[in-house]
Design a binder for this molecule. Structure first.
Ligand SMILES: C[S@@+](CC[C@H](N)C(=O)[O-])C[C@H]1O[C@@H](n2cnc3c(N)ncnc32)[C@H](O)[C@@H]1O
Length: 305
């Protein structure tokens, strides 16, 4: 029996009175039934959504959230190995080929539009000439140095001059996105010219390298740190010395140190600047603890032994 049939069975309302008044219990069941029938699909949908959410949460939460110490270690250990090491004599050629399509970035440098804008002399840096560089280059006598965070090349050109002085054939791979950091233009306004949103940091770095007579010993990787280190890892480019001096917040320092360690030649030395920064210090010590290194200090720099 459907609703209409039932309504037809009801006695007609008495004069002057309402159905509600005379049969107060008859109307309510129909109303209730109507409401229940209408709200059921909604209830099913809600139930289905809750079930889907619970299933999704349960199936994804397990692999993403670590419950044991070994899981935590695995999630924090950048484990895929890098390629077989290239001979140091192939490092520069490999980067010229993979990054610069086998052309020299110094050919016809600087380009005409940038020429009048570059400064002849401008090598701002931070602790870029500290004794740590000489100490480590004398100790390790590196064929390949990887520097993560180069800015205007102050530390890179300094390392190049030390290596030359020691008679070493050292290739320095400078990794930087050459974007500085948000707000850096405010600090460097007096020096930098802006061309269509670009502050010419890469060109000024190259100018400084040319001026230091180090174009044969320095080659840059103008990418973000993780991408560039990933490339070196894939090509088997390892550093005897690897220096980390890019962004100094904990997460950046942590990721940079882990990626940098992967391209450290066995027996090489990993070091970096700005131990005084909280984020850097934390990342260095967690990394040292996980990998069994000791942290030594040389001026503002940390060194892992
Ligand atoms: C402190 S400066 C490097 C100074 C240099 N080592 C010296 O002593 O002259 C930091 C540099 O890291 C670069 N940098 C920061 N985060 C980066 C990232 N994720 N990838 C690539 N470069 C980055 C910035 O562009 C900046 O040039």
């Amino acid at each position: 029996m459907n609703l209409e049939d039932r309504e037809q069975q009801l006695p007609p309302p008495t004069q002057g009175g309402s159905l509600h008044h005379h049969h107060p219990r008859r109307k309510n069941p129909y109303q209730k039934r109507l409401e229940t029938t209408a709200s059921k699909p909604r209830a099913y949908v809600i139930l289905l959504l809750v079930l889907a959410f619970a299933l999704g949460y349960l199936s994804h939460s397990h692999p993403l959230l670590s419950s044991t110490a070994s899981d935590v270690l695995e999630h924090n250990s950048f484990p895929a190995p890098c390629a077989e090491p290239l001979p140091p004599s192939d490092v520069r050629r490999t980067i010229l080929s993979r990054v610069f399509n086998n052309t020299s970035p110094w050919q016809s440098f600087p380009p005409l539009h940038a020429r009048p804008l570059l400064l002849k002399e401008w090598t701002k840096g931070w602790g870029s000439q500290m004794p740590v560089f000489e100490h480590l280059i004398e100790q390790v006598r590196p064929r390949t140095i990887v520097e993560v965070g180069t800015f205007l090349g102050a530390s890179a050109t300094h390392m190049a001059s030390i290596a030359k002085k020691l008679g070493l054939e050292t290739q320095i791979v400078c990794i930087d996105d050459f974007r500085g950091w948000p707000g850096y233009y405010d600090e460097e306004k007096k020096s930098l010219k802006m061309v269509n949103g670009d502050s010419l940091l890469l060109y000024q770095f190259m100018q400084n390298v040319a001026r230091a007579n180090a174009t044969e010993n320095i080659i840059m990787m103008p990418f973000s740190a993780g991408t560039a280190l990933g490339g070196l890892c894939d090509w088997g480019v390892y550093g005897d010395l690897v220096e980390v001096d890019a962004a100094h917040d904990f997460h950046s320092a942590w990721v940079d140190i882990n990626h940098a360690f992967k391209v450290l030649r066995p027996g090489g030395v990993l070091f970096g600047h700005d131990y005084a920064w909280d984020g850097v210090r934390k990342a260095v010590h967690i990394f040292a603890r996980l990998h069994g290194f000791q942290v030594k200090l040389d001026g503002e720099h940390w060194i892992l032994y």
